[in-house]
Design a protein around this ligand. Structure first.
Ligand code: DGY
Length: 324
């Protein structure tokens, strides 16, 4: 039987591409360009499976509802799948999968890196040294904010959030609280000695650090708006490794400028790769280019997980990570 025809919309790490070549009749994106809507429509016509990712155009009805579609499964390379209109996929009868679990720890590490960097002024200090502006140690130089023992609040308390909570509670003795409409079971909550709160607002009011771990899009768009930012404490920091659209960047800039909050650590942005200009010159923000899952180990595992979902589908099994 002929192998399924599979398209990877972006370049993947070599080991994951090698596995794709072994399993399927695969087409790679050798020059790693962002595919146009027309290319994605052609992909729907010409491939049994398409493996897209977060930086592609949204796979919506304009792409899915193409005449003579051949594609039966869209296997996302990524845990977040706001780059796929799952309702349109369901309506078209196309299966959608994602890649949970394999990126949990690396994304949590980046959340901790941002938390530590912004509160301890790491980026600012590094710029000072590189710019040859450091004129030596003194007792009042670049005083920052202590992390150990502080209150860390979570908006969303899924896998990645829990991995952050583990590192923060057991490594930095932080006091954990969270809001999640679908909270984990009590045994999980106990592992971090965490406090479950009833609203987002409750978390914002009590935390020294707020870290976002909810999905993007829908009702979470601009969740962190002017009103909610104003509920945070003036010494508090906002960390975002979830999706950029969860934060209203205009309101954030305003809050940072006026001292409504102390700083922000951002790995994701509303209109990637564009970053709101005003953020670029602020010393009290740390900005990363969506690095959450960016380790070789994790990106290979994400590729293998995406391929495993495609394989299961064409083997007649239920893909492990089906989301639609
Ligand atoms: C994810 O997996 O959701 C990462 O943000 C990359 O898409």
């Amino acid at each position: 039987m002929a192998k399924p025809k599979v398209l990877l919309t972006r370049k993947w790490p070599a080991d994951a591409e090698a596995k794709a070549n072994e399993l399927f009749d695969v087409t790679l994106n050798e020059d790693d360009h962002k595919m146009s809507v027309e290319e994605l429509q052609d992909a729907m016509r010409n491939y049994d499976a398409v493996c897209p990712t977060v930086s592609d155009f949204i796979i919506n009805s304009q792409i899915l509802d193409i005449e003579e579609r051949r594609c039966r499964i869209v296997s996302n390379f990524g845990v977040g799948f706001n780059n796929i209109d799952t309702e349109a996929a369901k309506a078209a009868g196309v299966v959608v999968t994602n890649t949970p679990e394999v990126l949990t720890h690396c994304t949590a590490d980046i959340a901790m890196a941002l938390l530590l960097s912004v509160s301890r002024r790491v980026g600012e200090g590094e710029r000072l040294v590189r710019d040859k502006k450091w004129d030596g140690w003194c007792p009042t130089h670049m005083l920052a904010t202590k992390v150990t023992g502080k209150k860390l609040g979570f908006i969303g308390f899924g896998r990645i959030a829990q991995a952050v909570a583990h590192k923060a509670h057991h490594g930095f003795d932080m006091d954990i609280s969270f809001y999640d409409p679908y909270p984990p079971v009590d045994d999980v909550i106990k592992q971090y000695n965490a406090t479950k709160l009833d609203t987002v607002e409750d978390v914002l009011k009590k935390s020294d650090f707020v870290t976002l771990h909810c999905p993007g899009g829908g009702s979470n768009t601009n969740l962190m708006n002017k009103e909610r930012l104003s509920l945070m404490q003036p010494h508090a920091f906002l960390i975002n490794t979830a999706r950029g659209d969860v934060v209203d960047e205009v309101a954030l800039v305003e809050a940072l400028k006026k001292g409504v909050i102390a700083g922000a650590g951002l790995d994701v942005f509303a209109k990637e790769p564009t970053v709101t200009e005003a953020l670029l010159s602020m010393e009290n923000v740390v900005l990363l280019p969506h690095l959450g899952s960016a380790t070789t180990e994790t990106r290979v595992d994400m590729g293998l997980r995406s391929l495993a979902n495609v394989k299961a589908f064409f083997d007649g099994e239920e893909p492990k990570d089906r989301v639609a």
